[in-house]
Design a protein around this ligand. Structure first.
Ligand SMILES: [Zn+2]
Length: 451
C-alpha cells in the first residue's frame, strides 16, 4: 500500500496550500467607482433552438453585436473547419502569467467545490498540449508559462442578488489588495478568476446579464475583462480578470453526458478554459480576434469554437470542454498544430574531390507560422573520425527570431576540399531548437562524400 501511495501522480495531490479570507469593504466598493479603461468580452449563452445574438455592451470593443454561435449540438466532432482565421490588431497579449482564483461567498469546503474543481483542472490545462494553441498568438512556445497560484482568496461580502459591473470590480479589487498589500498586482503576468456562487446574478451596463432566473435578460455565461484600478497603495494598476458565474445552468452547461468529472466541474472547466484562452490572446480587446467574416465578426478564439464540448485528455486526464480556434490548422482543435521552423538545405554536389568547393546552394529557414518565432540555430559538419565541427551557431539566448515565411542564407560556401582532409562520408547539418526548452524544432542533415 505504501508503494501505491508513493507512485500516485502528482496532479492527484494538487490542492490549494493556502486560503486568504477577505471581506469586501466599503473602500473597495467606493474605489470601484475610480476604475477607468474598463473592457469586457462576453461568452454568450447557447440556446437549444438556434443561434443567439444579443447586443454587446459598450465595454466590448469588438462589435455592435455578439457573435452568432452554433446551436447546441450543431458543432460536430473535431476538427470542424472554419476558414475565418483571427487577425492580429497590434495590442498586448499574455505570454506568461500566474492565475489566482477568488471564490466569492462560497459556502463549500473546500471553497472551490461550489463550482467544481478549478484547482485541479487548471494545472492539467496549463500542462496540456491544448494550452499551446495559444503559442501562435503570443509568440512563445515554452512549457510552464501559465501557472496556478496555490494561494486562493475567499471573498466575503454583502452583495445584491444582481451584481453590477462595479460590484464585480470591487470584488476583484479586494482580492488583489489582499494578495498585494504593499501595492501592485497588475500587469500582463497576473490574472484573477472571480467565481460567483450558485444563484448570484450579474449584469453588464446595457442590461444583458447572467441571470438564469430572469430569462429575458439572460444573455451571457461569463466574461473576461481588463481595467485600470487603484491598488492597495492607491496607485493605478492594469488588472486582467475573468468573471465566472455558476455554470451548471441550461444555456451554459455542457450537455453531452457522461461527464468525466461531473456536469458541474466540466461545465465550469469548459467556460473557464474559453475565458482563459481569450484573455491570453486578447486581454484588452485589441490583439487577436475575427474581423473579416461577417457571421463571426468580433469573435475571439474561444467564441468560434463555443459549440458542443468535446472529450479529450489534458495532461493525461479526461475532460469534457470546448475546443479552441487554431489559426494554423484553420479549425477548432484540442492540441496545437502550430508549425515549427525548419531548415532546408541542398549542396551543390553529393561527392567531392580535392580543390572542389563544398557549397550549400540552398540554405533556408522556413517559418510556416504567421508570426515571428525565436529559435537557436546550429550548423555543423560531421567529419569522419572527428567530433562534429561547429560551423555556425547562435540564438540560444532567444535573441534570434525568424520572420514568417522563408529566409534565404544561401548559397553559402562551406569549405574547399584540401588533400589533408580525411576521405569518406560527411554530413552537413542544420538544426533549430526552442531557445527556452532546448527542444529540437527542425533538423536537416545532408550527407556527402569526399573521395
Ligand atoms: Zn469568448
Amino acid at each position: 500500500m505504501i508503494a501505491v501511495a508513493m507512485f500516485a501522480p502528482m496532479g492527484v495531490q494538487a490542492q490549494s496550500t493556502r486560503t486568504i479570507d477577505v471581506t469586501i469593504t466599503t473602500k473597495d466598493i467606493n474605489d470601484a467607482q475610480k476604475v477607468t479603461n474598463y473592457l469586457c468580452h462576453l461568452a454568450p449563452t447557447r440556446s437549444s433552438n438556434g443561434s443567439q445574438r444579443a447586443a454587446a455592451p459598450a465595454c466590448d470593443v469588438h462589435s455592435s453585436a455578439l457573435p452568432t454561435l452554433a446551436p447546441t449540438g450543431g458543432a460536430s466532432s473535431p476538427p470542424f473547419f472554419h476558414p475565418a482565421d483571427m487577425t492580429y490588431n497590434g495590442g498586448p497579449v499574455v505570454q506568461s502569467a500566474q492565475f489566482t482564483n477568488f471564490y466569492l461567498n462560497s459556502t463549500c469546503t473546500p471553497k472551490q467545490t461550489c463550482c467544481g474543481n478549478p484547482e485541479g483542472f487548471m494545472p492539467d490545462y496549463f500542462a496540456s498540449e491544448f494550452i499551446h494553441i495559444n503559442d501562435q498568438y503570443v509568440n512563445a512556445t515554452a512549457n510552464g508559462r501559465y501557472t496556478l497560484n496555490r494561494t486562493t482568496v475567499s471573498l466575503t461580502g454583502t452583495l445584491p442578488h444582481t451584481m453590477q459591473v462595479s460590484d464585480t470590480q470591487a470584488a476583484v479589487i479586494a482580492g488583489v489588495r489582499a494578495l498585494f498589500p504593499g501595492g501592485g498586482g497588475g500587469g500582463y503576468n497576473q490574472v484573477y478568476d472571480l467565481f460567483l456562487p450558485l444563484g448570484q446574478d450579474t449584469c453588464q451596463s446595457n442590461g444583458g446579464c447572467y441571470s438564469p432566473d430572469v430569462p429575458s435578460t439572460f444573455t451571457f455565461c461569463a466574461y473576461h475583462s481588463s481595467m485600470n484600478a487603484p491598488d492597495a497603495m492607491g496607485a493605478t494598476i492594469h488588472v486582467l480578470y475573468t468573471v465566472m458565474p455558476y455554470q451548471r445552468v441550461p444555456g451554459c452547461q455542457v450537455t453531452n453526458s457522461p461527464y468525466p468529472n461531473g456536469q458541474l466541474a466540466d461545465s465550469t472547466n469548459s467556460v473557464l478554459s474559453h475565458e482563459i484562452e481569450e484573455l491570453i490572446s486578447d486581454p484588452d480587446g485589441n490583439a487577436w480576434w475575427e474581423s473579416s467574416h461577417s457571421a463571426l465578426h468580433g469573435s475571439e478564439s474561444g467564441d468560434i469554437c463555443a459549440g458542443e464540448a468535446q472529450k479529450f485528455n489534458l495532461n493525461d486526464k479526461l475532460y469534457d470542454i470546448q475546443l479552441n480556434y487554431d489559426n494554423a490548422s484553420h479549425s477548432c482543435a484540442s492540441k496545437s498544430s502550430y508549425p515549427s521552423p525548419k531548415c532546408i538545405v541542398q549542396l551543390n554536389k553529393t561527392s567531392f574531390v580535392n580543390n572542389d568547393q563544398v557549397i550549400a546552394s540552398v540554405l533556408q529557414v522556413v517559418n510556416p507560422a504567421s508570426t515571428p518565432v525565436a529559435a537557436a540555430y546550429n550548423l555543423w559538419i560531421d567529419i569522419p573520425g572527428y567530433e562534429p565541427f561547429p560551423f555556425a551557431r547562435g540564438g540560444s539566448d532567444g535573441s534570434v527570431t525568424f520572420a514568417a515565411g522563408t529566409a534565404n542564407y544561401g548559397p553559402l560556401t562551406l569549405f574547399t576540399v584540401s588533400s589533408g582532409l580525411p576521405r569518406g562520408n560527411y554530413n552537413f547539418g542544420c538544426r533549430l531548437d526552442d531557445p527556452v526548452t532546448g527542444a529540437t524544432q527542425g533538423q536537416t542533415v545532408v550527407p556527402f562524400t569526399i573521395n
